[in-house]
Design a protein around this ligand. Sequence first.
Ligand SMILES: [Zn+2]
Length: 173
Amino acid sequence: MKKTVSLIAGSLILLTVLPSSIFAYTYSDNGKPFPDMNFTYYSTLSANYSGPASAAMTDWSRAVGATYTASNSTSKEIHFSDNDYGATGWNATTDHHHVQFSSYDYLDEVRANRHYMGSMSAVDREGVFGHELGHVFGLGHTTDPWTLMCNSLNGRVVVTPQLDDIQGVESLY
Ligand SMILES: [Zn+2]
């Protein structure tokens, strides 16, 4: 749901080239934002969110071999947080800040919106975090509801990385 304008622009360009389905590996948010799949993260998630986020990280580890190592607040590549942002229209967002800190040039901010996620099951929260972690890899949105990178507004029905999502990551890393 993030960067709506740029994603729509990117999708329109690709739609003119591709005849049918859009696959995750055919485009990305910002190319390859991280040098590898070994991430450090810092979490300030509430109790009901940290478990699903951990489950989502485990899902991606199993799917593509990514690693997620808890780190301190001043040296991390991913920051997870949750807050009630109100009726924004998004369950969660991922922003690529790419600011300089410590020895890294990268920082992604994954923010969960309790306004929508508060009533979700743990499994559905896992799906939201998994989707956002797809953005962390650099994947954009798909239109197939049987892929994790499908926007929930388009009826995503899976909560773990599927073949298309995996191929998307493998094409980038
Ligand atoms: Zn998204």
